[in-house]
Design a protein around this ligand. Structure first.
Ligand SMILES: [Zn+2]
Length: 198
């Protein structure tokens, strides 16, 4: 099913702008610089929005076999990213649950054991700038985590970290972070270091 709100010319314009190429260059047969990557991204997103391979090939004036190759390249990259992000989530969760055993649940103070403690995000998990922050994520009992009470968590953050750090986290959590695979690898290395120091 095609997404009726999807405008492929807009997508091509945005992608070209992002990769520093012109739309005229995009529709050539050239393969220098970011051109192949830009075409891969456009093919992948058109497919995701319901276009068939032969339609994409016709619109972009490339061979259908190139369309499937382009889509596959992005899928592999996406899988790599998803795997890495999941690994970061697991790593972070294990760090904060181990670290916070001595404090108990950040919200209600209940004693925790490693196996049943949960890693609770103060700024929501969807906020990527704070998703893997060891300050933003703290051990919680299952009850408090599922209750998901921002005000209670805010008060708890102030108690544990003070106003300045808490407000810095809120600011950071409202920004938009785009992480490259390398950025994610760097976060991974930092978390490993923290884990080794526990
Ligand atoms: Zn609790």
């Amino acid at each position: 099913m095609k997404n009726p709100d999807f405008d492929f010319m807009k997508l091509i314009e945005i992608t070209c702008k992002d990769f520093g190429i012109t739309t005229d260059e995009f529709f050539t047969k050239f393969r220098y610089g970011n051109l192949p990557l830009a075409r891969q991204v456009v093919c992948y997103l058109m497919k995701r929005n319901g276009y068939k391979n032969y339609e994409i090939a016709y619109i972009l004036q490339i061979k259908p076999s190139s369309v499937s190759k382009n889509i596959q390249s992005v899928s592999i990259l996406m899988n790599k990213r998803q795997r890495l992000e999941k690994e970061l989530d697991t790593l972070l969760s294990s760090i904060v649950r181990r670290r916070d055993l001595k404090y108990g649940c950040i919200t209600c103070g209940r004693a925790l054991i490693y196996e049943t403690a949960t890693a609770g995000h103060f700024m929501k998990r969807a906020n990527r700038c704070t998703r893997w922050s060891v300050v933003n994520v703290n051990a919680q009992c299952w009850n408090c985590n599922s209750e998901d009470d921002y005000k209670k968590y805010y008060d708890a953050m102030i108690r544990r970290y003070g106003k300045e750090i808490t407000h810095r986290i809120i600011l950071l959590g409202n920004q938009e972070c785009k992480y490259s695979l390398n950025d994610l690898r760097e976060i991974h290395d930092q978390l490993i270091q923290i884990k080794n120091q526990l």
